[in-house]
Design a protein around this ligand. Sequence first.
Ligand SMILES: [Zn+2]
Length: 388
Amino acid sequence: MSDVLRSLRTQLRRNCQHPFYLRKLKEAGLKIDSIKTLRDFSAIPFMTRAELCGELAKGSFLAEDVVRVNLSPSPFGLIPILNTKKDIEAMNRANARAFERAGVSKKDVVMITFGYHVFIAGLMFQGGFEETGAKTIPLGPGSTRKAIEIARKLKPTVLVSNPSFALKLAKEGLEGIKILVAAGEPFSAIRGYKEKVRDAFGDISLIDYYGMAECTPIACECIHETGLHVSTEFCYVEVVDPETGEPVGEGERGEIVVTHLNKDAMPLQRYRTGDLGVIDSVECPCGMSLTMPTGVFGRTDEMYKVKGVKIYPSQIPFVLKSFSGLTGRFRMEICKNEKGTDVLRIIVEGNGNAELIKEMLRESLLVTPEVEVVEKLSKEGVEDRRFS
Ligand SMILES: [Zn+2]
């Protein structure tokens, strides 16, 4: 039996002490001992955010040994994020291994600009970096002036921030940074963004990080920047067809589904994230293989089939952000031509070369759209006129 399967079965045993998870297995007529392959595992019904929120509202998971309660915004309102002491230690270890692969060592001074109040990010990064032995500055969010002033005194070598704030700090004269760990906003999924940040900082490592309050880390880049390696010691990640729920092949787009491997409070078990991504195997000098090439590049909540291909409108803003002349506003129209073939039309606002935009949209959406660039867009949104 593979290590991952063994870990999954141990976690399932722990989960099934709770009626919510036991019910999931029973529904599918499964017993833990009969799960002998990853294919068997993928027969377990999914868990959704709505179900998780429902259970949390009932007070489930708030076990005696929970020591930290954060909150996270969701379409269902703020949801509690629960961790036991053991959960926090496992999270810190997984983050520390990811940051070490990114080149962080105890010689580094790390400046963390995420919030420490209510939400999980600040304390989560703090714990991971402390575990590496690095010296950490819990700066929190705030003004660029304050950040620059403190950086002049304490000379950080690692900056932890969202990429847009990092760019702002570089423009304001932040120096001496060797590694940027970027989270909280799309980064490597936007073409040209890394180059822009590297131009501003000089020769530094740019590390894209993917996690969510319910499970973090999920994936993080290493110093070789070959894509975001899945934190395989912490979670098991599947990519499924959002329509059928069936696992898709390597390199195919789909919804990211996450299962914790070592979690006591509020464990995720085949949890649908709604995030759109891809998993590939890469050969990386760091030794990691399972990789999300550019992290998450859209949401799966809204999907249209055009010429038989699934189109996710949430992918479009990622492409448009690569063009500085565009405002980011767009309208997507789907109709049929006189031959009855689907036509995808994307109208974007601002200034830009329509052919170039079309080419990048084609690469991302896998369907060639007609592209029109207009100075002022009257109406945003998606309009499917094929069936009206
Ligand atoms: Zn690597």
